[in-house]
Design a protein around this ligand. Structure first.
Ligand code: NAD
Length: 361
């Protein structure tokens, strides 16, 4: 079977890491037909937008995309290609596995946490009111009328919205993910003691959904305590499910626990469509230098293989990547090890090393 996949090289370091991932994915023997769709800073001049319609059309048709990072242009009025893509395709679950591979420079051994972050609601929904506008003055007077004198007239607002439906689908997603991947425990992160009507709703729904999955342990944690627990005893966590803002912060914290952005893969998933991309951005100052680490992008490719039920190929590729990390002889600058014969190599040489290590057994 041949898989039709939308390939978005992105900009900055995107094309280099995407090419490395494409090569190692093809080396597994799984057949792909890549439909290249360009988005990002490099296409604005020609297309007038960093996210041309054909990109969305291609992803809607193929339902699976592998995406390199894309720069958010400053001052074009475009909020973010990534946010726009997630909203247009309703990719409501951001999945970020954070796993230590022996040899990666990390603070802990054997961490294996998956962060499931809600991707469409919360403070990131973009409902904001700027200080000093007439709209904001109306909002301020409405709040005064409803709640008394609790808000300063010179305030700006970013509205935190958490819905029952949005909470239900992300928590269900986390439990279904646990079932599919044999995970045992889910921790819901919130600050429901303070934000009773938003985080409180999220927690109430999470508890209700947890009742539908008696085989999977459920607990909840306040986000501040969670940050401390993750740093002190990360091994107690398995899957973490969180609203958008906490999920964003906690997933970076977890990436930091396992060796940083160079090894942190991710996916944005909806009911029909999945877009696989690393956690890191386009690191523009490294563009075209063949220097940066392609491993986060390759591991996003491993996630894509699992999503396509190509479990064997996913295992082979993950093992080969783990082998290259463990040896530490052919890794990029950010993973430089103390091995005697260690060399710092470029992006494409890491792909060569992974392909050399690939054993299809
Ligand atoms: P960044 O992740 O691009 O880079 C931060 C630093 O991390 C880099 O300077 C580099 O030192 C290091 N780094 C990142 N990726 C690496 C890799 N593969 N190997 C080795 N080192 C790596 O973050 P930023 O500088 O905040 O953002 C740059 C641009 O990327 C911005 O325009 C931002 O909006 C965009 N961005 C895009 C995505 C996405 O496409 N999903 C995600 C995050 C940021």
């Amino acid at each position: 079977m041949t898989y039709n996949i939308t390939l978005i090289p992105g900009d900055g370091i995107g094309p280099e890491v995407t090419e490395a991932a494409r090569r190692v994915l093809e080396a597994t023997g799984v057949a792909f037909k890549w439909e290249v769709a360009n988005a990002g800073a490099d296409v604005i001049e020609k297309e007038g937008t960093p996210l041309p319609d054909p990109v969305l059309t291609s992803i809607r048709k193929n339902r699976v995309a592998l995406k390199g990072p894309v720069t958010t242009p400053v001052g074009t009025g475009f909020r973010s290609v990534n946010v726009a893509l997630r909203q247009a395709l309703d990719l409501y679950a951001c999945v970020r596995p954070c796993k230590t591979y022996p040899g990666a420079s990390s603070l802990y051994k054997d961490v294996d946490i998956v962060v499931v972050r809600e991707n469409t609601e919360d403070l990131y929904a973009g409902v904001e009111f700027e200080k000093g506008t007439s709209e904001t003055a109306r909002l301020v007077s409405f709040i005064k009328e409803a709640k008394g004198d609790v808000v300063r007239a010179d305030s700006g607002f970013s509205i935190k919205m958490i819905s029952e439906a949005g909470s239900r689908r992300i928590v269900r997603f986390a439990f279904e993910y646990a079932r599919a991947y044999g995970r045992k425990k889910i921790t819901a992160v919130h600050k429901a003691n303070i934000m009773k009507f938003s985080d409180g709703l999220f927690l109430a729904v999470a508890r209700e959904v947890a009742g539908e999955y008696p085989g999977i342990e459920f607990q909840d944690a306040l986000v501040d305590n969670m940050a401390m627990q993750l740093v002190r005893r990360p091994h107690q966590f398995d899957i973490i499910v969180a609203p958008n803002l906490y999920g964003d912060i906690i997933s970076d914290l977890c990436a930091g626990l396992v060796g940083g952005l160079g090894v942190a893969p991710g996916a944005n998933i909806g009911d029909e469509i999945a877009v696989f991309e690393p956690t890191h951005g386009s690191a523009p100052r490294y563009t075209g230098q063949n220097r940066v680490n392609p491993i986060a992008m390759m591991l996003s490719g491993v996630m894509m293989l699992r999503h396509l039920y190509e479990a064997k190929a996913a295992d082979w590729l993950e093992r080969a990547i783990a082998g290259v990390i463990a040896e530490g002889r052919q890794v990029t600058y950010d993973m430089k090890s103390g091995a005697e014969d260690a060399q710092v190599v470029g992006t494409s040489q890491v792909a060569d090393a992974v392909i050399e290590k690939l054993e299809k057994i």
